[in-house]
Design a protein around this ligand. Structure first.
Ligand code: S3P
Length: 425
């Protein structure tokens, strides 16, 4: 796909539903008794993979665009899948479902695409094995395909070496099937959607600092869930509006859970003009409209506890840094190397192709911003967040950007290019 600047971004947009919350609405809805009605569900490929895995296990799920009804059958209502479960490109599906599958009375195998089969799964195999699960990496390489067989799970306390919501959620979900309480402590609190939604469905879940604990065998009850807009998708329009002079956009109903909103805080520290309007804290997940106006940005340091709250936004923050005056240092973000692509290496390579002074480090990047940058042939490496970040960069570069494998945006944002074009008129 070729993209170049046409006009400032102006107007309103409601971005699609949050990916993390959409996945969980299907999973927890399937394990609850009765109907779960989901609105503003994200119809990206990742969340559709989760739907198809649960259909394979006998759960009826009606989907009409972003309106989804899950007919839950309770904690022990899943049936053995006839085939291998295919998570596609979705790490959330493989890791969270491993926790669920570990507690079932049937065997299963879960795998995904080439990228998924390279991503580290030891981080879930290890705690699940400690709980007594029978889970193996079929190629013995710590990656998917993962084969699971029935086993009695035991409640454990797990101290996770990484701040990962996927690991935390996996262990808590296995804890639903254990013979005692299960708790997880993280180095820093990662996104807490599982904790909030499991409680909403009726789980006995307690929180204490960076520890979440769950009691086994709750009776979960189907609920109504209105998924807020995904701040990780809004991030591209925030960045584009900040970078392109003369822009002003209103992003409606964006999720602003404090475990996810680090990008807003970093942008404001860089000098961004972002105003939160219509803040709504009435439900489990807070939301707001975001009014974003183009701004002169300066470099900053992004490190420490804020990292998990913006981990998926670092590629687009790197683009902002490339156009900001001065140096931006990103550190404590080694997790980027094991996302859909190695986002440190891939973003450093792409930014240098457009003329940016960027250095990849072991756990982040050093970006010396402010030079005029030019369009070039760049490569998404089939990573949706890289593709969308490069599309944003294209709007602030001179000339034309050619993005390889740009269609991978369907993973989390099928209508991304259309929405971008709609605002640039
Ligand atoms: C997610 C957690 C994050 C994030 C991913 C979605 C989730 O991964 O990068 O896009 O829904 O739990 P980690 O938990 O591995 O950090």
């Amino acid at each position: 796909m070729k993209i170049k600047y046409t006009a400032p971004l102006r107007g309103e947009l409601a971005v699609p539903g949050d990916k993390s919350i959409s996945h969980r609405s299907i999973m927890f809805g399937a394990l609850a008794q009765g109907r779960t009605e989901v609105s503003h569900f994200l119809t990206g490929a990742d969340c559709l993979s989760t739907i198809s895995c649960f259909r394979q296990m006998g759960i009826e799920i009606e989907q009409n665009g972003p309106d989804v009804t899950v007919f839950g059958k309770g904690l022990h209502g899943l049936s053995a899948p006839a085939d291998i479960l295919d998570a596609g490109n979705s790490g959330t599906t493989v890791r969270l479902m491993s926790g669920i599958l570990a507690g079932q009375r049937f065997s299963s195998v879960i795998t995904g695409d080439a990228s998924i089969c390279r991503r580290p799964m030891k981080r879930v195999i290890q705690p699940l094995t400690e709980m007594g699960a029978d889970i193996v990496s079929q190629q013995d390489n710590g990656c998917a395909p993962l084969a699971l067989h029935p086993a009695q799970l035991h409640g454990i306390h797990y101290s996770s070496p990484v701040a990962s919501a996927q690991v935390k959620s996996c262990v808590l979900l296995a804890g639903l099937y254990a013979d005692g309480k299960t708790s997880v402590t993280e180095p820093v609190v990662s996104r807490n959607h599982s904790e909030l939604m499991l409680r909403y469905f009726g789980a006995d879940l307690s929180l204490d600092g960076t520890t979440a604990a769950i009691s086994p065998e709750p009776s979960l009850t189907g609920q109504k869930i209105n998924v807020p807009g995904d701040i990780s998708s809004a991030a591209y329009f925030i960045a584009a509006a900040l970078l392109v002079p003369g822009s002003e956009v209103l992003l409606k109903n964006v999720g602003v859970n404090p475990t996810r909103d680090g990008m807003l805080r970093v942008c404001q520290a860089m000098g961004a003009d972002i105003t939160l309007l219509n803040e709504d804290h009435s439900g489990a997940e807070p939301s707001a409209d975001l009014l974003v106006r183009s701004s002169a940005l300066h470099g900053t340091t992004i490190e420490g506890e804020i990292i998990p709250t913006l981990i998926d936004e670092i590629p687009v923050l790197a683009v902002l840094a490339a156009f900001a005056e001065g140096t931006t240092v990103i550190r404590d973000a080694a997790e980027l190397k094991v996302k859909e692509s190695d986002r440190i290496a891939v973003m450093a390579d792409n930014l240098s192709r457009i003329g940016c002074d960027v250095e990849a480090t072991d756990d982040g990047m050093i970006i010396r911003g402010g030079r005029p940058l030019h369009g070039a042939a760049v490569d998404s490496h089939k990573d949706h967040r890289v593709a969308m970040s490069l599309a944003v960069a294209a709007l602030a570069c001179s000339g034309e950007m050619e993005i390889r494998d740009s269609d991978c945006v369907t993973i989390s944002y099928p209508g991304f290019y259309q929405d971008l074009q709609m605002l640039c008129r």
